[in-house]
Design a protein around this ligand. Structure first.
Ligand code: SF4
Length: 74
């Protein structure tokens, strides 16, 4: 059974207390991460299957470790 069939989409969680506004997440994966008008990250909702790799790359790019990418079933 595929991820789409089970409905277990990846979820991105942002720890705003760690976000320092480096914007590397948005540079790496602009379809999933953006920057608000205060310079902090905004994250997309459940990640479409075709963007999972981007979600992980964006989180790994964060030098502050502010992003966590998980699957509810993990
Ligand atoms: S890369 Fe990390 S610290 Fe920078 S804006 Fe994104 S979440 Fe915040």
């Amino acid at each position: 059974m595929t991820t789409a069939e089970t409905g277990q989409f990846l979820t991105i969680t942002l720890d705003r207390s760690k976000c320092c506004g480096y914007t590397l997440c948005a540079a790496e994966a602009p379809e999933l991460y953006s920057i608000d008008d205060q310079g902090f990250a905004l994250v997309a909702g459940p990640v479409p299957v075709e963007l999972e790799e981007q979600a992980r790359r964006g989180a790994e790019a964060c030098p502050a470790g502010a992003l966590l990418v998980t699957r509810p079933s993990d």
